[in-house]
Write a protein that binds this ligand. Structure first.
Ligand SMILES: Nc1nc2c(ncn2[C@@H]2O[C@H](COP(=O)(O)OP(=O)(O)O)[C@@H](O)[C@H]2O)c(=O)[nH]1
Ligand SMILES: [Mg+2]
Length: 222
């Protein structure tokens, strides 16, 4: 976490979020679905944005999510520890229609264990729930329980559960702690700002659609 007082916000808090998992499980697609609410069948799995920033305004404070896509890093696994270092949330993604991607999770978990993740939230995520399943929900849940990870199943393609997963994890970030006892009726404002490193390939050139506002009450329900 990094705090500073940029712009008009009282406080700006930044968090690094990273996505790991086999090539083709849908890491870029999940990020793209969350940031732009779009889906494309046509990603080159090795090309993606290096990172995108999404800002959520809440009570005159800014929560900036720096979301790092692994963009081909899957092939250079020795670099994974430095990629996940300092991340507030580490999403480990597999494809529920691919037993192989599930069987490879131990490799990803072991890479992450090489880094001190005491301050990281680790989230196991089965993607592609729109496809025929080869990995049961129970198998995913058992692994998540064993490794003390949060667990979600989503579809980047039809959007199922993506927003819910992201906001339930974001709601657990220390940013919200200071507000927990405060006024519960004020909603965070998703400014839909999407900034990307201009030298990199954008996830999508399409303007992001408005997202529903979430209230603290909704956050705590997730
Ligand atoms: N059916 C289906 N296909 C998906 C889903 N998410 C991603 N894909 C497809 O899976 C392929 C790999 O996705 P991508 O996001 O590039 O995976 P990455 O290599 O992990 O970044 C692409 O053809 C996507 O269109 C999903 O939820 N359902
Ligand atoms: Mg990718």
């Amino acid at each position: 976490m990094d705090t500073s007082d940029l712009g008009n916000s009282i406080m700006t808090v930044r968090y690094k979020l990273v996505f790991v998992g086999d090539v083709g499980v849908g890491k870029t697609s999940i990020m793209n679905r969350f940031i732009t609410d779009q889906f494309s069948e046509e990603y080159d799995s090795t090309i993606g944005v290096d990172f995108a920033t999404k800002t959520i305004e809440y009570k005159e404070n800014s929560l900036k999510l720096q979301m790092w896509d692994s963009a081909g890093l899957e092939r250079y696994r020795a670099l994974i520890p430095s990629y996940v270092r300092g991340a507030s949330i580490i999403f480990i993604i597999y494809d529920i229609s691919s037993k192989e991607s599930f069987n490879n999770l131990n490799t990803w978990i072991n890479f992450i264990k090489q880094v001190n993740t005491d301050n990281s939230m680790i989230v196991l995520c089965g993607n592609k729930t729109d496809l025929e399943r080869k990995v049961t929900t129970k198998e995913g849940q058992i692994l998540a329980n064993k490794e003390k990870m949060l667990f979600f199943e989503v579809s980047a393609k039809n959007g199922e559960n993506v927003t819910k997963m992201m906001y339930s994890c974001i709601a657990e970030l220390p940013f919200f702690e200071q507000f927990k006892e405060g006024d519960k009726d004020e909603s965070p404002v998703n400014t839909d700002e999407m900034t990307q490193d201009s030298n990199k390939t954008p996830v999508s050139s399409v303007e992001p659609e408005s997202k529903p506002l979430i209230t603290p009450r909704e956050i705590s329900r997730y």
